[in-house]
Ligand binder design. Structure first.
Ligand code: FAD
Length: 310
């Protein structure tokens, strides 16, 4: 999402943009996200859709879990299945070149005004670019280890529920359940002081394409790297146990447990702007409420970047 929405803004300013993505859904936080947005920030998505067509955003209702109020509340939400279908079309229409490519390394310019060189898996010749934006989520630090230490990675686990012959017992416009308060944010804020891994469940139940998604368990480790995915059976057990308290029917429902690394910033401030000590390299990662933050932060970053190019 971050790379795609920024590319749309850059192309809108007349820049020539190439978006590289390795296309592996198991590494993409956006694809497993709740996509929930607080009711007071829908304007940004409305504007995006006015310009680029349907991107999966719409208004919705949810019933809060874990709070004292269980009445339906308005919110808005990006259907991430639709976003991933529609974003490539919007990018193509805006003139962004999209390439499925895994970036293996970045080489800074050898001369002050020279290009950056990107080594791509399977290609003998590096790609050259005047400016490079790291919008690779949890993959950013592997590409440029010298990023600020506040940029960290959590592992999120969700259950993609299997349809049953009788259909979903909880379907309907008011069936969506979201946490009254996302406890993962407090866990992220503690990340820099952790001496051992810690986890937190934010129970939720949402439509996901024609399926339903139940989640979410977040695990944070001390240190800056993503490391290997956590023990799936252990994480699934913890998630189902927490769901049993809030959504008993869902807790035992058959489903596939998926885990994905998610970048966040332990300071609460995402990395948005030039990378220190690396002229021509920019970062756009580490969002906590990405679906509200990215559409707000992409336009000013695009203008700043375009400004450096004259
Ligand atoms: C279960 C769950 C629920 C969530 N709920 C919400 C929510 O309700 N509201 C909210 O605002 N946020 C939510 N989030 C967080 C939000 O989804 C993420 O912060 C956001 O999607 C991150 O987007 P991104 O584009 O930065 O990263 P990603 O979506 O992870 O995209 C990064 C991309 O970079 C690619 N990449 C990485 N390394 C390389 C490389 N070397 N070469 C080429 N490509 C590479 C990856 O393949 C990936 O496609 C949730 C996350 C999860 C997992």
């Amino acid at each position: 999402m971050a790379g795609g929405l920024l590319a749309l803004e850059l192309a809108g300013l007349g820049l020539q943009v190439q978006l590289l993505d390795d296309g592996s859904p198991d590494r993409r936080a956006t694809g497993w996200s709740y996509g929930a947005i607080a009711p007071w920030v829908p304007q940004l998505w409305r504007r995006l859709q006015d310009r680029h067509g349907d991107l999966g955003w719409g208004s919705a209702w949810f019933r809060p879990l874990g709070g004292w109020l269980a009445l339906p509340l308005p919110c808005s939400r990006v259907d991430v299945v639709r976003l991933q279908q529609r974003l490539p079309q919007a990018l193509a229409a805006a003139g962004v070149i999209c390439s499925q490519a895994s970036v293996e390394g970045l080489e800074p310019p050898q001369r002050s005004a020279g290009p950056w060189r990107l080594r791509l898996r399977g290609l003998p010749e590096p790609l050259q670019a005047q400016q490079v934006v790291l919008a690779a989520g949890a993959g950013c630090r592997a590409l440029w280890p010298d990023l600020p230490p506040c940029l960290r990675v959590s592992w999120a686990g969700v259950l993609l529920l299997e349809p049953q012959p009788g259909g979903w017992p909880w379907a309907g416009p008011l069936a969506m359940r979201l946490p009254a308060r996302f406890l993962r944010l407090a866990l992220e804020a503690r990340a820099a002081s952790l001496s051992e891994e810690a986890w937190q469940v934010d129970p939720g139940l949402l439509p996901w394409g024609d399926r339903w998604l139940a989640g979410q368990i977040s695990l944070v480790r001390p240190g800056l790297g993503a490391g290997l995915p956590p023990d799936a059976a252990l994480q699934e057990g913890r998630l189902r146990q927490a769901l049993a308290r809030h959504l008993p029917l869902v807790a035992g429902w058959p489903g596939r447990f998926m885990q994905v690394p998610v970048s966040f910033s332990s300071s609460g401030e995402p990395l948005v702007g030039p990378v220190e000590g690396a002229p021509g390299l920019w970062a756009f990662a580490g969002f906590s409420g990405a679906f509200a933050a990215v559409p707000a932060l992409a336009p000013p970053l695009a203008r700043r970047l375009a400004g450096t190019l004259g």
